[in-house]
Design a protein around this ligand. Structure first.
Ligand code: SF4
Length: 490
């Protein structure tokens, strides 16, 4: 039985990162470090979380819970059950196959007992051939416990004939297509792996004398006082143990990296470093590019909080138009109305955002937001600003039009629900009802993330499939199910 609904039931008009992963080895009390790390990664998934640890005396232990890390993994009654110097954890929104119907058995990390010992894995991303793999595994006798695509990895490991867990994991992951950043553990080893294209992030850090950390983002290293060492490279597997320190393997055929460009725009926390760059600095640069590409005369630049803030600052600096907090976010709304009544639900965005009326009245306002997905939130925000007496409303969007769904671990609506899949920029402007609406160009976004010459059309430097429709890994299950992807000529 599901125990609680998503933490923020009003926020249905954003793409949602589906997972964050974290692991640590070589510390006295791994579970406390993992809990803090997961807390820092909570923005990557608020529906549920789990921790697995191993202790030489107590063996493997796990706790998986619905809800926030701070509500579950701060209680002594839970943390005392998770002793040991090694542990991994996972926060999730929801993974493929169980959207809106998550069971506790879908909550990671997953655990498998093999002939050479146990192993637990936590996966961020999405396996794009999971349906075919699952069918094959079930036909061969595997019994699945969850609806998660990630469980395929445990079953593939169980079928491998290799003699140790890292080798079995390599075998399993060579069968897997799609996006994966994995943090795994055995009794003594912490393991991190990124898919050959490095679509989802994974970083490596050091804590204390002997401790090593793996995390989706560097912000979770900061919270435990760990030093950022480097990113796990695309296609790399790192195996960390007390005996051998850090070992690096490259089990996959080499491929050009295609990191998710949307991590820079929205998913990652602004205080993280991704691809060697501060996410905050990149977002500010997006605002600068936007101001150059789509200038407009106005009195104020206001962010749509919180993710539009760095881009709005950049837009203001480049345009010279004053920056102002025209919209204030109520940080605590999501927890106040866990199970809202219909009347309260209909208030939607008003519960979360409020207009700073005294500032807005009579002004020509530029609103900077990170993305437009269905467009429903944009319409409500526009109305709030007009109701507060704004003279004009101009939207500037810090990403190109989101016209295609993501199959690599980000929750997106079906294609026909994406406003940009069936409307031009002008049509969206009229539909939302604003004076102007402009998105940053794909080239402008690439420039902002540090590609001075923009996007290499023949061999793009990032995954940008949700904007371009060019999928770096064919989403085999979706294609089998009838989804038509663009060919290069289109
Ligand atoms: S499709 Fe979009 S959201 Fe998904 S991995 Fe690619 S860039 Fe990121």
């Amino acid at each position: 039985m599901r125990e609680m609904p998503p933490a923020d039931p009003f926020d249905d008009d954003k793409l949602k990162e589906e997972c964050g992963v974290f692991g640590v080895v070589g510390v006295a009390d791994a579970s406390s470090f993992v809990a803090l790390g997961l807390h820092a990664l909570q923005h990557r998934g608020q529906e549920a979380g789990g921790i697995v640890t191993h202790d030489p005396e107590a063996g493997f232990n796990s706790a998986r819970r619905f809800g926030y890390v701070r509500d579950n993994f701060t209680k002594a009654s839970t943390m005392e059950t998770l002793p040991g110097p090694i542990g991994i954890g996972h926060v999730r929104y929801s993974t493929a196959g169980s959207k809106g119907n998550t069971q506790i058995r879908d909550v990671q990390p997953f655990f498998g007992e093999f002939s050479m010992g146990g192993a637990a894995i936590a996966h961020n991303g999405n396996i794009t051939n999971a349906v075919a793999l699952r069918r094959e595994l079930i036909e061969r006798g595997s019994i699945f416990q969850s609806s998660s695509d990630s469980e395929c990895i445990i079953h593939l490991m169980a079928r491998s004939l290799q003699r140790n867990i890292p080798e079995r994991m390599k075998d399993a992951l060579r069968r897997v297509e799609g996006a994966f950043s994995i943090v795994a553990m055995t009794r003594t080893k912490l393991i991190g792996v990124r898919d050959p294209l490095g679509v989802r992030p994974l970083v490596l850090g050091k804590v204390g004398e002997d401790g090593w950390v793996l995390s989706s983002e560097t912000c979770a290293l900061d919270i435990i006082g760990a030093d950022f060492i480097r990113e796990v490279e695309p296609g790399e597997m790192v195996v960390i143990s007390k005996e051998r320190g850090l070992q690096s393997f490259h089990p996959f055929e080499k491929a050009k990296s295609r990191f998710c460009i949307f991590e820079h725009v929205y998913f990652s926390r602004p205080d993280s470093i991704q691809g060697g760059q501060s996410v905050y600095t990149t977002r500010r640069a997006i605002g600068v590019e936007l101001a150059r590409e789509a200038p407009v005369e106005a009195d104020l630049v206001c962010p749509v909080p919180d993710s539009g803030t760095p881009a709005a600052i950049g837009f203001s600096q480049e345009s010279g138009i004053p920056y102002a907090m025209g919209i204030i976010r109520n940080q605590y709304m999501g927890r106040t109305f866990i199970e809202p009544s219909e009347q309260i639900r209909n208030m939607g965005v008003l519960l979360k955002l409020n207009v700073n009326r005294a500032l807005i009245r009579g002004k020509r306002v530029i609103l900077v937001d990170d993305s437009v997905v269905r467009g429903t939130t944009s319409m409500k925000i526009k109305q709030m600003i007009l109701d507060a007496g704004a003279a004009e409303v101009h939207f500037r969007i810090a990403s190109p039009p989101t016209a295609w769904p993501c199959f690599y671990g980000v929750d997106t609506p079906e294609r026909d629900k994406l406003l940009a899949s069936h409307m031009s920029e002008e049509e969206m402007r009229d539909h939302i009802g604003v004076d102007s609406l402009k998105f940053i160009s794909l080239d402008g976004l690439y420039r902002a993330v540090g590609e001075a010459n923009g996007r290499d059309a023949k061999s793009p430097q990032y995954c940008d499939a949700c904007f371009s429709g060019e999928y770096p890994v064919v989403p085999a299950d979706m294609v089998e199910g009838g989804f038509e992807i663009k060919t290069a000529a289109e």
